[in-house]
Design a protein. Sequence first.
Length: 499
Amino acid sequence: MHWLFGDQLGPHFLRPSQDSGPTREEPLLMIEARSVFRRRRFHRAKAHLVLSAMRHRAAELGDRVTYVRADTYREALERVVGGGERLTVHHPTSYAAVKLVRSLPQVTMGPARGFLVPMDDFAAWADERGGERLRQEDFYRWVRRCHDLLMDGDAPAGGRWNYDHDNREPPPRTPSLPVPAPYRPREDEIDEEVRRDLDRWERDGEVSFVGRDGPRLFPATRAEARRALRRFLAHRLATFGPYEDAMLAADPVMSHSLLSAALNLGLLDPAECVEQAEAAWRAGRAPLNSVEGFVRQIAGWREYVWQLYWYFGEEYRHSNALRHTAPLPAWWNDLDADDVRARCLRTVLAQVRDSGWTHHIPRLMILGSYALQHGWEPAAVTDWFHRCFVDGYDWVMVPNVIGMSQYADGGRMTTKPYTSGGAYVNRMSDLCRPCPYRPGDRTGPHACPYTAAYWTFLDRHRPRLEHNHRTARAVHGLDRLTDLSELRRQERARGDGPP
């Protein structure tokens, strides 16, 4: 019997191979463990999506699968294979799941699937560099060469590896991008059953969720995921690149693919996504800068984050180089956007509340930046992102938050903290107007929370950041502030209430 975890739902997890994978006739096991939702206060839309995807997959597999609903994984396994029947499983996607699998003598674990690079290959690549300076750009170029992605012989397509310069346009002066809407699925009786179960669990006091649920916005089946990919490639990929870092209040999706949840559930294989995007460019259906930006997100960033999660080890999640210990305030944990006055944060927090999703720049430069500036405990911030995003998994959020967003690893992953004042938000979005705060004001009744907290963050960490060549110039700007003492008093008085 072969055990499928709830994020191993695509056909590539059932494909037989020499080293692992079930035969075509081998029976399958899937386990829905309710204890997962009791341990954490997940976003309701995320719980709905995961259970819907699992139950849809079980319905597709029919009599071949034994689908067990139990309190815990161990209870389910005892019920199904208590007599010692052998199980195989692909390498799970979290340390906790790997520990569980390794504690079960009847389970044999094979290599991971759903990623482009085998873990051993990445470890060899990283070890060659002494485990230091494992920069995403170097890794990305290596993956491109190994998989012949966007390559013309030995050279990158178009003569450049990186089109970031072309993909950092501020948003147009329109409420939304003039592009067709993304694919949206239609709910069915399985979704209705999931929603009834979630309602009952909440009513009985078994679980508690945050956020709003319904209708479902993301694919829960392979067929839906393929339709979402096709629609993105045909109608949205061409305009993805220039505005991938921009934000619009009325258009949170813009030209983003919305494929991360489907990829992380295993409904799509990353290889098919990047190969079809490259085919679109070679057929003249999308410009190279947009295609390269999309390929970079999957073959570069997603793959890089997965590999670092395992390479850095389980203790990486406890990194806290800046010694941030403040707890997350209740309004943040409850996604209470209506209590926030700052328009950028209010808008993005509402997007998370209503959908469990927002794209990578609001995550980094609105949500993550606010947490970093206010010294919140990195592990708690990581847990929040894990719980509140439909595409959030342990392997996704530990490197993204600990390394990228909160700079808690002190620079192992990135060369500087990613935070800014209101000027960046104003340049890359329409979120500063109208707002009771002014992006250029550090102090006073209209002081922008991001501008003020940016300078106090630099002030608080000056001994560390003034020696970093990427932050030294900004830190030295503190010497030109005539209102630094007033700024410090102001930020202490603001406390942890909603801005």
